[in-house]
Design a protein around this ligand. Sequence first.
Ligand SMILES: Nc1ncnc2c1ncn2[C@@H]1O[C@H](COP(=O)(O)OP(=O)(O)OP(=O)(O)O)[C@@H](O)[C@H]1O
Ligand code: SF4
Ligand SMILES: [Mg+2]
Length: 330
Amino acid sequence: MSNENNHSEPLIRVSHLKQYFPINVGFFRTKPLKAVDDISFDIMEGETLGLVGESGCGKTTAGRSILHLYKPTAGEVIYRGKPVKTKADIEEFRRKATMVFQDPYSSLDPRMTVEDIVGEPLDVQKLYKTKEERRDRILQLMEYVGLNSEHAARYAHEFSGGQRQRVGIARSLAVKPDFIVCDEPVSALDVSIQAQVINMFDELQEKLNLTYLFIAHDLLVVRHISDRIAVMYLGHLVELAGADEIYDRPLHPYTRALISAVPVPDPVIARANKRIEMTGEIPSPLNAPPGCPFHTRCPYAVDGCKESMPELREIEKGRFVACHRIEEIG
Ligand SMILES: Nc1ncnc2c1ncn2[C@@H]1O[C@H](COP(=O)(O)OP(=O)(O)OP(=O)(O)O)[C@@H](O)[C@H]1O
Ligand code: SF4
Ligand SMILES: [Mg+2]
């Protein structure tokens, strides 16, 4: 977790971002799958913003669209006060913003050595003048992630999951980014090594002044590393608040249900937090319900919830919630 003093200006501002995928639904007919549907938030310099929600709610798509790995359907991303719009803007932004992927098994070429994998972005961006400089930089990157020079000549397939994830992170750091989208970087790892890798993200943030968008569905993982947490449901943001606040006192009915589902070791706390059960399955984003996207599963839903979409509103300082009935349900 980062130093509070760094949080002065947004590094990244996401403004009304939409990502719709055209899906074939018959002869020459397509329908938009609204994977990300109008999300807005800021990420402050040096901050970690956690992004959570069930499988398919649009977390990865949001991360990819922010980085312009997908061209957004609408909305914009503002980096250090400047909209990322033209081809040149996107190229410049890509040098400063990168992604660490979920699966360390599929995101690295097993036939490449660690030196080749980490060195490739240096080659592509021509970030060195001599062979020695290249080698020194690779060793420095490996050291950042807890690998040593003996690992350089080995192949990715020789490594454990945790080590592969470290190689992937070293590769991401090669271009000296200041913003990293971490897409479930520990979900595929053994529980026993998840904490080590999370700690490494923390240390790297301090050392290199990084800003993270940290995607996960495990709320416990996100709570530890995040300063603030954004909760996504069916392509929308439903709540955004400080990590501890959201965990200790979730407000949106969906966040309450997610927190209820996390096992609590202490029975006193477990009793104090009334359990909220969701009913039914998450709807398909191809057939999203009208009005509040959560109304089909919300225990507090009333007829009005089906009619209009609740805006994400700041209901207490720094706490944003999208629910028509938030004042009533307390
Ligand atoms: N390239 C694509 N083309 C069409 N539909 C897509 C594409 N990528 C994602 N989707 C759809 O968009 C929705 C959001 O997917 P996304 O992968 O962003 O969710 P997620 O929250 O990252 O899920 P998970 O937790 O499983 O990783 C899903 O319905 C998915 O099927
Ligand atoms: S707007 Fe209605 S359906 Fe949506 S979360 Fe609030 S109470 Fe539930
Ligand atoms: Mg995903």
